[in-house]
Design a protein. Structure first.
Length: 385
């Protein structure tokens, strides 16, 4: 990382960190990819640099301005310093641009291309809403809604050009050293290695008991986060600091540090099954080509259930009934609707087929085009029109 004079931005990306890391995770991946692959000068405005630092430790939370991996990272405080808006402005997840910045945008000619980057969803309405304009009620500005998605006609998902190459190189050459660096021995032939990155989950204890009492050895990798206190309560311990290893029955637990984005990708690539949450880790688990179980961010009136069912429907499409039912039952049970031990048993019974499906699924991710490239094309169309 360097800290020197700011670059001249081509794009401004604004991101507020809500109560988890998904928003900044997506914004940071997008900024990195735009700089590395297109290349575009990006200025990333973030309102919580301390949270950003956990995701990417090279960030200095005390600096107002810094350059990291070619991205100019700016602190977004209660007031924004006077700046000239970039020709392209990305409002990540409806975070609401500062009024002074909007006013400056309204005085520029030609007008900036203003895009609200929405949350990813597999719901069918996404295609009909993708790309729609929304004129500002007071200012001579138009905001466009850009919806990531899994189908042609949506904004696609984030995925770097060299992602498959890096994954395959890691699995072929680097996985043993990765486990060694985490303090784990080489895997045993019958052992199942599982990562869990989750919100608090009442279903967790049922699953831990199932693994503890099962016939197959399970090694559980848990990056530091929201479920660690639950694990501590289950083990009747006051806390489980990073580096803790515990064995109970057939289950081994390892508490890992909060991993940066690249190391988290490697964890997903290295494990046999991944439990993931929210948006960013869900997409990265799909690119990992491993079976995954998703926990969407819980929403009021159980709106997250529509998101779960929509992605599940796409994910199991075309699978034989036994595999489709096993995946669906486990996703639902992990999210509080169903018999979790029974769902786990059914899932493991057909895991070999699900492994193959996880590899084949990435062709579906590629089909709509990657999100960064589609954003660039969308902007070029607006600028040309």
């Amino acid at each position: 990382m360097q800290s020197h004079h700011p670059i001249i931005p081509g794009w401004d990306i604004f991101c507020q960190v809500v109560d988890n890391y998904g928003d900044i995770g997506v914004a940071w991946r997008l900024a990195r990819q735009l700089v590395a692959e297109h290349p575009i000068n990006v200025r990333l405005w973030v309102d919580d640099l301390a949270a950003f630092k956990r995701l990417w430790p090279e960030i200095n939370a005390q600096l107002e301005t810094q350059i990291c991996l070619g991205v100019e990272v700016r602190a977004w405080g209660k007031t924004l310093p006077p700046v000239r808006p970039a020709p392209v402005v990305i409002e990540a997840f409806g975070c609401a641009l500062p009024e002074a910045y909007l006013a400056a945008m309204s005085m520029q000619a030609p007008a900036a291309v203003w895009i609200n980057l929405e949350y990813l969803s597999a719901e069918p309405w996404v295609k009909t809403h993708h790309g729609l304009p929304s004129p500002h009620p007071r200012l001579p500005l138009t905001k466009f809604f850009f919806f990531p998605g899994y189908e042609v006609g949506t904004g696609g998902v984030l995925g770097e050009r060299d992602l498959a190459q890096r994954r395959e190189h890691f699995q072929r050459e680097e996985a043993p050293a990765f486990w060694q660096n985490l303090g784990l021995p080489a895997r045993r032939p019958s052992e199942l290695r599982i990562s869990i990155f989750a919100y608090e989950n009442a279903a967790l204890i049922e699953l831990l008991e199932r693994w503890r009492q099962g016939a197959q050895p399970v090694t559980l990798l848990i990056p530091e986060g929201k479920i660690v206190p639950q694990l501590a309560t289950w083990l009747d311990e006051p806390a489980l600091p990073v580096g803790t290893h515990r064995r109970v029955g057939k289950l081994e637990l390892h508490i890992l540090p909060f991993l940066n984005q690249d190391d988290y990708d490697r964890l997903l690539w290295a494990c046999d099954i991944n439990f993931v949450r929210g948006e960013d880790s869900c997409v990265r688990a799909q690119w990992a080509q491993k079976p995954f179980i998703w926990q969407p961010y819980p929403q009021q009136q159980n709106a997250h259930w529509d998101k779960l069912e929509a992605l599940n429907s796409l994910y199991v499409e075309g699978l034989p009934e036994i595999e489709a039912d096993a995946i669906t039952a486990l996703w639902r049970a992990w999210n509080g609707r169903g018999d979790l031990p029974r769902a786990w048993a059914a899932f493991i019974q057909v895991k070999v087929s699900i492994d193959l499906h996880a590899i084949q699924w990435t062709a579906r991710l590629v089909a709509p085009g990657d999100l960064a490239t589609k954003l660039v094309a969308f902007v070029e169309d607006r600028e040309a029109g």
